[in-house]
Design a protein around this ligand. Structure first.
Ligand code: SF4
Length: 339
């Protein structure tokens, strides 16, 4: 991308011999107005616009397909090497939220997820993630949607398996000169990679850490999330407790409700025992049907929530956006299905 980091921006300015105020103008077009066309930068001279357009592109990736639903918009983003990922804009009353992918494919193999069987192709760089965010901001602007104010790293991939790039991306998203998205408005969702959770704690970011539990015991969790064989629940919860101690941020535990699999009273009671006394929020997620996956959505969300609350835990039910365009949790793939 033309101007995602300050060093590149400065280099470009030096190359073109641009004064600081010109740089600020270009930055304002790209990050304030999310303009992707240098010719629209009307306070620059035509000669400079021509030079910029001849030498650079605002993004290296392109949005090659769009699907719109009532509460969300899914963008298919293609990178110069041909890799494609999906990114979703979720629409709320006062803002939009960007659900971004962190890898092309995923190695975690969760059995309820559309991406699981595809395997991992490669990591995305910080710049590639920033381009996804820029495309979301640009789309929202051009289509008069609410501006993107939140980021959830819950698209394709396991963010903590791409730790360095994801952390670098978070700093860029938070940079007031770039996207200026507050750390508290960024959520990172992980299957529970313990050493990376410990490393992340040391950065003392104000982001929200969301850990996918999806089961109240290791036996069931191992069936749903093969990666969990490496990370026992008790160890994950201990790492999260430490994370909260170090950062002062409460951890969210995500729990996908699968009919007859993990949504019974006995599971609720076991989950309550597991998380007793933890300073956490449990986010109950309605399951979205995925083709080729035999799990079914649960109708017990409200009962399950009540059971947890009666045990003294905080539990919410996530509003599910984007089901009709396969853009909801666990439904993203590396390519948009044909419309
Ligand atoms: S749910 Fe997330 S971690 Fe699991 S396979 Fe899908 S993308 Fe990977």
């Amino acid at each position: 991308m033309f101007a995602l980091d300050d060093a590149r921006f400065q280099r470009t300015a030096a190359e073109l011999n641009l004064p600081a105020y010109r740089l600020a103008q270009i930055r304002q077009w790209i990050y304030g107005r999310f303009t992707g066309d240098f010719y629209e930068m009307s306070n620059l001279s035509l000669a400079l616009r021509e030079t910029l357009a001849g030498k650079y592109r605002v993004t290296n990736s392109q949005v090659v397909a769009v699907r719109t639903g009532t509460g969300s918009v899914k963008l298919l983003v293609q990178y110069p090497d041909g890799a494609k990922i999906e990114t979703v804009i979720m629409l709320y009353r006062d803002w939009s939220s960007a659900c971004l992918s962190t890898q092309v494919g995923c190695a975690m193999g969760c059995t309820f997820c559309a991406t699981g069987p595809m395997g991992l192709e490669r990591n995305l760089t910080a710049e590639e993630m920033a381009e996804q965010l820029w495309h979301c901001c640009h789309y929202a602007k051009v289509n008069s949607l609410q501006p993107v104010r939140n980021i959830v790293l819950m698209g394709i991939g396991e963010p903590l398996a791409n730790y360095r790039n994801v952390v670098e991306f978070i700093y860029r998203a938070n940079d007031p000169q770039l996207f200026d998205i507050g750390q508290r408005r960024i959520t990172l969702s992980t299957a529970g990679l313990i050493s990376q959770i410990q490393e992340l704690a040391g950065l003392k970011l104000a982001i929200t850490l969301a850990v996918s539990l999806h089961a109240p015991n290791d036996k069931l969790r191992n069936q749903l999330m093969p990666i969990s064989r490496k990370y026992p629940l008790q160890d994950i919860i201990a790492a999260c407790r430490k994370y909260t101690e170090v950062t002062g941020r409460r951890v969210t535990y995500e729990y996908l409700l699968l009919a007859g699999i993990n949504d019974q009273d006995s599971h609720g009671a076991e989950l309550a025992r597991l998380l007793k006394g933890e300073n956490c929020l449990i986010n109950l997620i309605p399951f979205n049907q995925v083709s080729g996956v035999s799990f079914r959505p649960s109708s017990r969300a409200a009962v399950f929530q009540k059971q947890l609350e009666q045990a003294g835990l905080n539990a919410t039910i996530r509003r599910s956006l984007g089901q009709e365009i396969d853009a909801a949790c666990g439904q993203l793939r590396k390519g948009l299905p044909e419309q």
